[in-house]
Design a protein around this ligand. Structure first.
Ligand code: SAM
Length: 273
């Protein structure tokens, strides 16, 4: 049985609350983040402060975004952290990271032990702000980290890999077992570093085209490209782009997906709704 009470707080499942309890893991994450005074550090989901305390210790000020009103209130009155924190009691999915970076006059360093139930949509939200973010360190399900870093030809390679690698350089940092949390999650976890490219290696004209193509290709990942993308690209076009139409979604590189996206943007489909 999991103990759902940690430091007097009953962990709320709907907020994906699994609190870190392992000092060795906490220290390793903080060293990987390497926070420095003067940097614009932003934590998503500080919870009971397992990472906030050691990071805040090294800084004069930091920003936290916490959806749970009780936890936000607790942090506000925290003896040494409270005065250093700017607390946004709100959903990180609706947070405007560009506005905060503008206020801070520098790109943000974002980190957090993310609520697993929203980690993928939250990363997509953050990808739309990569111009305002210097780096991100996140605790995620290990399986999600595997998908983030996967390359063509591997089973884990999918839409998330392509979209994440389009925006960021991605480095796995550390694996974390379930016992390092209270309550223990059912899955293995891992910490990952995402560093937005300062210059995109494969820029696309319209990100919606890349999003659409990867959704459609990986939605039918067992089919060959001529079947999964045939309604968007004729065999001649695939040929012209040097893409073998007998391959499957998982065999196409990020650069090739970007090439397809740019072709589609330059040749809009008739009667699109
Ligand atoms: N950082 C703490 C730790 O490592 O022990 C807590 C991590 S816990 C996995 C996730 C935290 O994110 C919780 O404090 C939860 O209340 C908060 N949270 C959940 N959904 C959120 C959202 N949409 N926006 C901001 N915070 C959220």
């Amino acid at each position: 049985m999991n103990n759902r009470v940690h430091q007097g707080h009953f962990a709320r499942k709907r907020f994906g609350q699994n609190f870190l309890n392992d000092q060795y893991i906490i220290d390793s994450i903080v060293s990987a983040i390497h926070p420095q005074k003067g940097e614009a550090m932003v934590e998503i989901g500080p919870g009971l402060g397992a990472l906030t305390e050691p990071v805040g210790d090294r800084l004069d000020a930091m920003t936290v975004i916490e959806l749970d009103r009780d936890l936000a209130a607790r942090l506000q009155t925290h003896p040494f952290l409270g005065p250093k924190l700017t607390i946004f009691q709100q959903d990180a999915m609706t947070f405007n990271f560009a506005e905060l970076a503008e206020q801070k006059g520098q790109p943000l360093r974002v980190f957090g032990n993310l609520p697993y139930n929203i980690s993928t949509p939250l990363m997509f939200h953050l990808f739309s702000y990569t111009g305002s973010i210097r780096d991100m360190h996140f605790m995620l399900q290990k399986e999600v980290v595997n998908r983030l870093v996967a390359g063509p030809g591997s089973k884990a390679y999918g839409r998330l890999s392509v979209m994440a690698q389009y925006y960021c350089n991605i480095i796995p940092v550390l694996e974390v077992p379930p016992e390092s949390f209270t309550p223990a999650p059912k899955v293995e976890s891992a910490v990952v570093r995402l560093v937005p490219h300062t210059t995109l290696p494969n820029p696309v004209e319209d990100i919606r085209a890349l999003s659409r193509i990867t959704t459609e290709a990986f939605g039918k990942r067992r089919k060959t490209l001529r079947n999964s993308l045939g309604h968007l690209f004729s065999l001649d076009v695939l040929n012209e782009l040097g893409i073998d139409n007998t391959l499957r979604a998982e065999n196409i590189s990020v650069a090739q997906y970007c090439q397809l996206a740019n072709w589609l943007t330059a040749h809009p489909q008739p009667q699109e709704n």
